[in-house]
Ligand binder design. Sequence first.
Ligand code: PLP
Length: 359
Amino acid sequence: MIYLDYQATTPLAPEARDAMLRWLDGPDGTGFGNPHSAHRMGRQAAAAVELARDRVAALFPAGGKVIFTGSATEAINLAIRGTASRGGTVSVSAIEHAAVLDTAKSCGKWHELNVAQDGQCNVKQDPPSDTRLICVMQVNNEIGTIQPTLDWHRRAKEMNALYLCDAVQAYGKMEVTGADMIAISAHKFHGPKGIGALWVRDGLELEEVQTGGGQEFGLRSGTLSPALCAGFGAAAKEAKDRMAQDAEHIEQLWSRARELFSDWTLNGSEDARWHGNLNIRREGLDVARLMSDCRNVMFSAGSACASGSGRPSHVLKAIGLSDEEAKSSIRLGFGRYTTMEQIEEAAQAINTAAKEQGL
Ligand code: PLP
């Protein structure tokens, strides 16, 4: 099987797996302690959690704190709901992930920021003057476009608003730039599923949205999993150590993939884009048939989170594609562990299947 769905999730790095095992051991080991217990086993587990926190923090701007959560979705909920008492409008780009869009919509007044045909949400537009929070993601999960986050952070400051950046698809791959709050997820950069984090800049107070034992600075109650934290931390360390090497590998895969799919139309910007995301379309393509004909290639029709709904992707619609164009699009995602041979084999299978549809 060829895995080309790196935006949905990524393979667990061996380094992350190794780091987790010590904290998963059973009755004969000492790794299963509760990190919130005061005894020795608890303190050892707590030390593992804090090492992981430092490793995750090393890829964020200096200062601020890392709050572990169960997912990026939970981190985003904490950011949006934890600032809701400020009142006012939440302004979100039209291509945000459902975790942002639906949470903003459920929190009262919200406003959609426009996105141009190339997938860019630029600052030459006016959010409502009572905007309290601006949410513009760093890298889009469906079309990979990189947003001008520094401009939006500046704009939010000018408006006396806060800025939340969903950096789920950027963290570990490129520099994560300034914001008031940044949400990430471990499984998108070779860490385990079931853990995410919200980075919050110094001086910003949030209100808790989940009550209980008061863990995570009183903001996210619930016992942490040292194993998940350790895997998250190890994945962050690995990503930091090999960021340039990973990026170079992905550039090579991208160049080859662009040649192999030269008959297809690219959705979104070519340059302001994470090159591990190839979202392309072919007029008249039956994507369901293509996927069934290429069962050995794991790829996505639109976003993995939205696929299955039958509705055309809100991201592709926001950049001006018709329903037909959106429905004839596929997303190929590749990364650290993808080989050139896999890209070539997948392209051969996909292009042959498209030809069989008369394209
Ligand atoms: N934001 C973006 C851009 C994503 O791609 C995803 C997952 O696909 C999420 C948020 C939600 O992440 P999680 O699965 O950790 O809740």
